[in-house]
Design a protein around this ligand. Sequence first.
Ligand code: HEM
Length: 454
Amino acid sequence: MADMTVAYSPSHGLGEEQSVWFKLTPLLNQENPMQVLMALSDKYNGVIPINLKNQRIVLLSEPAHAERVLVSNADNYTKYFDGLRPIFGRSMITIDGALWQKIRTPQQAAFHPNMFEEYFPYLMSAIDSKMERWAKFASTGETIEMVEETWTLAAEMVCKALFDREMPFNPHFVFKQVKTYTDVMNHKSVRLKNVRGELVEITGEDTAKAMEIWHSVPDMVMGANILEHREKTLLTMLQEAEADPEFPEFDHRQVIDEMKQYLWAGTETTALTLAWSLYLLSQHPEAMERIRQEARSVCGDADPQWNQVQQLAYTRQVIQETMRLFPPIWGLIRIAAGDDDIQGHKIKAGDKVVILSYIAHHSPKYWDDPEKFEPERFAPERAKKRVKYSYLPFAAGKRSCIGGALSQIENTLALVQLLRRFTPEYVGPSPAKIHATVTLCPKGGLPFRIRALS
Ligand code: HEM
């Protein structure tokens, strides 16, 4: 078995002084961080330059900026992953150029829509486990943390559908450890400058321990019970690439790192979307009822069949609207390889640029009444009129999310099935507040109680 050491380097920690995340913390460590960014963006016409002693960070919030950085001049902008290496290793999400293309190619087939029908029973089986658990919560009336619940569901879906394995680890425990690390506010250097609030402070030792746990997960998954010995799964595709003598770059470490990437990038984002959508639906009972009606009219009293998923159109719109209001990846960071000119703004080689998807999603220039929850804005005829690149939940261009379509199927099925049996009631402070980590999280979580429908 390949190298098992923990690739943790404190000098590249998320909260270290050189990190973009560290530089952004004064903006993010606010009562309402996104409101602060929106006000600044308004003041500076969509381009917020942060000039520091030896580096410059430029925050960009217009669709035309996203088009330049992510699409038409994408080759000039490389990925920025300082601090996240221990989570993602050298998986494709972190790589640029020809090697990225080479690593992505053998995995692409696992995300072709013609594979989704094969995944369907595994997604449904993961939802069934969740429904069993929620039946217990409904009888005890206990308060649960929704992001933990949806994260477990998303992880079970990835293990079963993409890896053909039972989920062998405890996601509550593992993800909590890793999340403590990706929450930059917990980092000591940040905390020393700004000691307030009730956040946990992590030491270098805690971080190394969290990363050791994280590093052990792919091997646990690989060694777990195989469900059906399917011939073509994402995991077998990764293993075939490893076995290919013409592809020496794809070694065992690459397989492990790709698995980590899926277990993180493919689960937290999907889980946040589902948790935020349940929060929004709890505030809009008429939309929750409409999902139930749609499910009844498409599936009757039976479970959805694969050929009915496309007909659950309103449910999908709820998910799309959730990702507009609460984009799990609220900012995309890149490093400029060479000088550029973005709509008259000079970018110099070495500048870090951050595309603020959240701001484009909330701009009255591109959305009527942008703070209103209105899933119908994603109905096909209205969606056609949308300004290109004003909606970026999965980024854009060649580096956009490989799993975006799959995540929407996962969450559509989850919403339909869970809401036909339960009413999840949000019991936290209203409105829920945002805590901006690398992802857009709810501040203090999203506490819920589960009520069974008779
Ligand atoms: C609501 C759910 C999801 C959201 C919002 C989301 C968002 C994103 C975004 C914004 C990126 C681009 C990051 C960047 O350019 O810096 C990305 C990339 C990626 N996502 Fe997702 N994602 C979701 C679900 C998934 C799922 C279900 C999977 C797989 C199981 C997945 C796997 C990946 C991978 C592998 C990449 C890197 C692609 C590459 O660099 O070639 N994501 N995702």
